[in-house]
Design a protein around this ligand. Structure first.
Ligand SMILES: Nc1nc2c(ncn2[C@@H]2O[C@H](COP(=O)(O)OP(=O)(O)OP(=O)(O)O)[C@@H](O)[C@H]2O)c(=O)[nH]1
Ligand SMILES: [Mg+2]
Length: 472
């Protein structure tokens, strides 16, 4: 990891404007006025909804009773800062918020590009109210949003073409992937990898490989499907950079198909993955990892194991450790880590404890690595945008904790007993009995001002864990 370390290299800055911004950034970091928050999660894990809800509630300063600065009356407000020249495009907050607040609300579409936002928070220093001082301070929180698929690319930077090929081919030969890999593997088996590298063979093999990855995602719900641009190409749709696929190990004489594929893989890593990683993933101070455990449980043991593996691999790309002002400037590390089980509103409150315990089990290795580096991770079950209520019903003399909401795709309010979450990895009979059938809900309409009911679950507790100490 050390080789990827990103020193602040002023000499490489291209323009005076960029230089001025970088110096401003450095000054803000040195004065502890900026915090870079990593919102990490696999595809459909809840990143965009989380960012939208966080920004909405901070902008309105409502429904955040567990954020100490709010509770103590020290939170003055928040403001979105405009993007500066050279910044990523702005996070589509207005669209996401309008979609949730519409008469027929809908969830945001899957993210297909990078975006960023800067939110400035104003607060009174702790103790200043007592001392009758108007000591106002500010903290700028920086967040980026991106397609979850692209996260799976980060580990490729440490993998050779040969290692990636072997791992990908091995996985493709086992269930549940094998039934989807036949056409691609059949085409590759008829090629001679040591023979001449013809562009049309590479293009056909890459297209079949891409179709295989997409069907693993759509039909099996798998996540560990690098390279991420094959399933979510963004601006690279149709690009030559995506014309490669894994091949079995063997000789790679110059000009051969194997040499061509290996060169294209290296090109992809160098010109797509490395800039994505270095420009956006090396400078975080704090991190929230959002995990959709319920979908993973729904999809069965292979998908559950795939989620565990995907998260474990991805989290190896982040650097953890206690930080201070100087380190933050020159050697940024994640000093606060929060794991969150998302969409907790899909189950009744009495299941949240188990949801949190299961999350702890799923990410045990990554959490252990962070502890080893001196960072104590925290765990929470949350819903960034609560779309159900809890109701109790009686069934055959038993009181059941149920949820009530509008099922996704079915335009009717339903009360259902969502079932129970195991506190540990499900036993074999749990999978056999098909016990997990958590349903997705359509969003409740976001009330922009003065909601009668809380519109999230523990979003404020998550914010307190991530930012609380910097709002003192
Ligand atoms: N009930 C409920 N559903 C949620 C919540 N957050 C997210 N979801 C569901 O999860 C889906 C994905 O959420 P997103 O925030 O778009 O996920 P993402 O991580 O940004 O996904 P990508 O952009 O594909 O990487 C949404 O369309 C909702 O169906 C929540 O707080 N409550
Ligand atoms: Mg998204």
């Amino acid at each position: 990891m050390a080789s990827r370390f990103d020193w602040v290299d002023l000499s490489s800055l291209p323009s005076p404007t960029d230089l001025r911004h970088s110096l401003e950034d450095l000054a803000n970091l040195a004065l502890d006025r900026t915090l870079r928050l990593a919102v990490t999660g696999l595809r459909q894990g809840g990143k965009t909804v989380f960012i939208t809800a966080v920004v909405h509630h901070l902008l309105t300063a409502r429904e955040l009773p567990f954020l100490a600065a709010v509770q103590e009356g020290r939170f003055l407000g928040a403001k979105l800062l405009p993007p500066r020249p050279g910044d990523l495009p702005g996070f589509p907050l207005a669209e996401a918020r309008a979609a949730l607040a519409a008469p027929e609300p809908c969830w945001p579409a899957p993210t297909d590009r990078l975006s960023s936002l800067r939110l400035q928070l104003r607060f009174t220093a702790k103790g200043a109210l007592r001392r009758r001082l108007a000591e106002h301070r500010s903290l700028t929180v920086e967040i980026i949003d991106y397609p979850g698929e692209w996260l799976l690319d980060l580990p490729l930077l440490d993998q050779s073409y040969e290692a990636w090929s072997s791992a990908t081919l091995e996985a493709a030969q086992k269930p549940p992937r094998s039934r989807l890999a036949n056409e691609w593997l059949g085409f590759v088996a008829d090629l001679n990898p040591a023979g001449p590298g013809r562009a049309e063979d590479a293009a056909k093999a890459a297209a079949l490989f891409g179709a295989y990855l997409r069907s693993c995602q759509e039909e099996e719900g798998l996540s560990h499907l690098p390279p991420g641009r094959f399933t979510m190409p963004g601006e690279l749709a149709g690009s030559d950079l995506l014309q490669f696929c894994p091949l079995p190990p063997g000789d790679a004489p110059s000009g051969s198909l194997r040499a061509l594929m290996a060169a294209r893989y290296r090109d992809y890593c160098a010109s797509v993955v490395r800039p994505f990683y270095q420009d956006h993933f090396t400078r975080f101070d704090r991190q929230i990892v959002l995990v959709d455990l319920l979908s993973a449980l729904n999809r069965g043991p292979a998908c559950f194991a795939d989620t565990e593996r995907a998260l474990g691999t991805v989290l190896q790309s982040f650097r953890f450790g206690p930080s201070n002002r100087l380190l933050r400037l020159f050697r940024p590390r994640i000093e606060t880590l929060l794991f969150a089980a998302t969409k907790a509103d899909h189950v009744a409150h009495n299941q949240h404890h188990n949801l949190r315990l299961l999350l702890e089990r799923l990410v045990a290795e990554a959490a252990g690595n962070a502890r080893f580096e001196g960072v104590q991770p925290a765990f929470v079950a949350l819903a960034a945008h609560k779309s159900t209520d809890m109701v109790r019903t009686e069934h055959q003399g038993q009181v059941l904790s149920c949820v009530r909401g509008l099922l996704k795709g079915e335009n009717r309010e339903t009360v259902l007993f969502p079932g129970e979450i195991p506190p540990d990895f499900p036993a074999e009979e749990d999978w056999r009995d098909n016990r997990f059938r958590f349903r997705d809900f359509a969003p409740r309409r976001l009330v922009l001002h003065g909601a009668e009911q809380p519109q999230h679950i523990r979003l404020d507790q998550a914010l307190e864990a991530l930012l609380g100490d910097r709002l003192q």
